[in-house]
Design a binder for this molecule. Structure first.
Ligand SMILES: [Zn+2]
Ligand SMILES: [Zn+2]
Length: 390
């Protein structure tokens, strides 16, 4: 039993030792194709290297511009053209340094990040590959803000920090072949900037190194979503992945929140055309299902839309109509078909709006954790020495 956690901890420890600190390599602006951007320190001084050679240092009054030019990177200041390079590194000279970055082509808002920035081009040389080499806990703070928003409350932020840290450590290396560890998109976890919100910084510090493991001491899949609509989903019902901890729970904490209810109206004709297109889901040869315009989940979540002789996975309907969730009922009114929906997101694991409400009602982050994830344990990664002696 102890072998799994020992493996995790050794992996973490080895990874931390190799890099001298717990540094994460995060690709930023993953989904934006940038041609030109500007860099400027927000605090601290940065050494600027071009192809490994120290070119300059830069304090917060300095601004550098970089553009894709042919198969290399053009580096300039407002006064002068510095040169063309294959790689440029912005390395902080002091701890707690941070920088600003703004895409000029295409235009974007200013984003801010902690620690270092490495700039190269993608293998096809078509766009920048921007890697933020950032302290793990600073990264977690940025993810917590991106995933949970501002002004939520300390207890909730603690839990979100633990889940984001667990998710990171369980998914490290998924982009290894592309030259970094995680991206800044929801594919890994949203990481849109550093945080300067003190409550988030405190929550991350207070939970430093804590992660969640299952009863076999494996890091859990720390799934979360915006609002479950009153009932979360079993992981196997959504992803065909059974787990001991992602189990459906009834949740009354989220049902009065903004995302708890939604409605979508389409024409009956569009619905019938859709069903005709989905012939492959018919469970007999006839097309009786063409009039299937009523369906209810009022007694709890279902996995399939089942009406007349058709059986379509709800997640297929959700994707096809870009619905907020699979938790909906259908009724016909005149020439329209109305989807009465509940919740927002896949419905597996932690319901963010329910958890935020629990924290307002003074539940501790541990209570909230055990409400949404069954049979899980909090483990401190700093317990490494204990496990090493086992
Ligand atoms: Zn990713
Ligand atoms: Zn909920």
């Amino acid at each position: 039993m102890k072998k799994n956690i020992l493996g995790i901890l050794l992996l973490f420890f080895g990874w931390a030792q190799n890099t001298n600190a717990s540094i994460v390599n995060v690709r930023i602006f993953t989904t934006t194709i940038i041609n030109t951007f500007i860099f400027s320190p927000l605090g601290g001084t940065y050494n600027i290297y071009g192809d490994g050679v120290l070119l300059a240092d830069c304090d917060p009054s300095g601004i550098f511009q970089m553009s894709v030019e042919g198969d290399s990177i053009r580096l300039k200041t407002f006064e002068k053209n510095i040169g063309k390079f294959v790689s440029i590194k912005m390395i902080a000279k002091e701890p707690l340094s941070a920088f600003k970055i703004k895409s000029v082509l295409p235009k974007s808002k200013v984003r801010t990040y902690d620690d270092d920035l490495e700039i190269t081009l993608t293998p096809d040389k078509s766009q920048f590959l921007l890697i933020n080499k950032v302290d793990l806990e600073d990264y977690i703070a940025g993810v917590v803000q991106s995933e949970a928003g501002k002004n939520v409350g300390l207890e909730y932020y603690k839990l979100q920090a633990i889940l984001c840290r667990t998710y990171l450590l369980a998914h490290l290396g998924r982009h290894m072949m592309e030259g970094y560890e995680v991206c800044d998109d929801v594919h890994c976890q949203a990481y849109l900037s550093r945080t300067s919100e003190e409550t988030i910084v405190k929550a991350v510090l207070d939970t430093k190194g804590l992660v969640v493991v299952d009863n076999d001491l494996n890091l859990i899949t720390a799934a979360f979503h915006s609002n479950c609509g009153g009932e979360t989903c079993n992981s196997q019902d959504v992803w065909a992945m059974p787990t001991t901890y992602l189990k459906s729970v009834k949740d009354t904490f989220c049902i009065h929140k903004s995302q708890a209810h939604w409605q979508r109206i389409i024409t009956t004709e569009d619905w019938k055309s859709y069903l005709r297109l989905k012939r492959k889901y018919s469970i007999s040869d006839t097309l009786k299902f063409a009039n299937a315009t009523s369906f209810s989940q009022s007694k709890g979540r279902a996995i399939y839309f089942t009406e007349k002789n058709i059986r379509i996975p709800l997640k297929t309907i959700r994707a096809d109509f870009k619905l907020k969730s699979t938790y909906f009922s259908i009724r016909q009114v005149g020439d329209s078909v109305i989807f009465d929906g509940r919740g927002y997101g896949h419905g597996v694991g932690l319901c963010q709006e329910g958890a935020m409400n629990m924290s307002k009602l003074k539940y501790s982050y541990k209570d909230i954790l055990h409400f949404y994830y069954k049979d899980v344990n909090l483990v401190d990664l700093s317990a490494l020495n204990y496990f090493k002696q086992e």
